[in-house]
Design a binder for this molecule. Structure first.
Ligand code: PEP
Length: 256
């Protein structure tokens, strides 16, 4: 069985005291021996959150990084810096990076390769907009995100990659994809990974679902066979709801 993975993307929220308190509460209470748990605070709180998580096994992720190691790239942060501050993971290709900040598949692919080469684990996000879904292009868009995002990534490196299917229309909107809608896309992505990188990689790769995951819809979503965890936005900002999502995931996967 694939080890489930629940990660919280805190986006541009919280202050230093709140981020530290949330991280400490999660580290203290999360039952993560049979499940991966991760938290992705804003860059400026990574050091505080990494200090709170040190030695716990809870993953700390940046929400983005650049693809160069250093240089004249004002405002950017390199994979090496993300590692240096105590993170082990970076989220790349989030829909807000794609659609609000204009990141292209090519840019995201450069970031994926640079992050893996530096020794980071990567959560690579993919997913269609409402227009794309209504236009019948869900699979084509998800296929492009996976193919382009993983271009040049080796089967061995895939041990450090988690995919996150996040339909854009379900992010922060309160509209969750139904378990069947989500499973359908996950079951489309896995054979695609198999075609690109082989069946053992496809069988092993974790595919998280993200998009208005909450304590009360987690069990149903996580009961789907190809959904291996969650990438959680809004509901990750409170320790209670995030910890309940972790517990509901463990239950859905027969671990509790
Ligand atoms: C996200 O940003 O990755 C996300 C899924 O947000 P929300 O849970 O708030 O929809």
């Amino acid at each position: 069985m694939r080890k489930p993975y629940v990660a919280g993307n805190w986006k541009m929220n919280l202050n230093r005291a709140e981020a530290t308190a949330l991280a400490s509460a999660i580290v203290k209470a999360a039952d993560h021996k049979d499940i991966d748990v991760g938290m992705a605070p804003p860059f400026v709180y990574l050091d505080a959150v990494a200090a709170a998580a040190k030695g716990s096994g809870v993953h700390v992720a940046a929400q983005n990084c650049y693809f160069e190691a250093k240089g004249a790239f004002t405002g950017e942060v390199s994979p090496q810096m993300v590692l240096d501050v105590g993170c082990d993971t970076v989220i790349l290709g989030h829909s807000e990076r794609r659609h609000v900040l204009g990141e292209t598949d090519q840019m995201i692919n450069q970031k994926v390769k640079a992050s893996l080469a530096a020794g980071l684990k990567v959560i690579l996000c993919l997913g269609e907009t409402l227009d794309e879904r209504e236009g019948g292009r869900t699979n084509a868009v998800c296929e492009r995100h996976v193919r382009e995002g993983l271009k040049g990534v080796t089967a061995a490196q895939m041990a450090s990659v988690v995919l996150a299917y996040e339909p854009v229309w379900a992010i922060g909107t309160g509209k969750t994809a139904s378990p069947e809608q989500a499973q359908e896309v996950h079951a489309f992505v896995r054979p695609l990974v198999s075609a690109l990188l082989g069946k053992p990689v496809a069988d092993a790769v974790r595919i998280q679902y993200g998009g208005s995951v909450k304590a009360d819809n987690t069990f149903e979503l996580m009961s789907q066979p190809d959904i291996d965890g969650a990438l959680v936005g809004g509901a990750a900002l409170k320790a209670d709801s995030f910890l309940t999502i972790v517990q509901e995931t463990r239950k859905a996967k027969g671990l509790a």
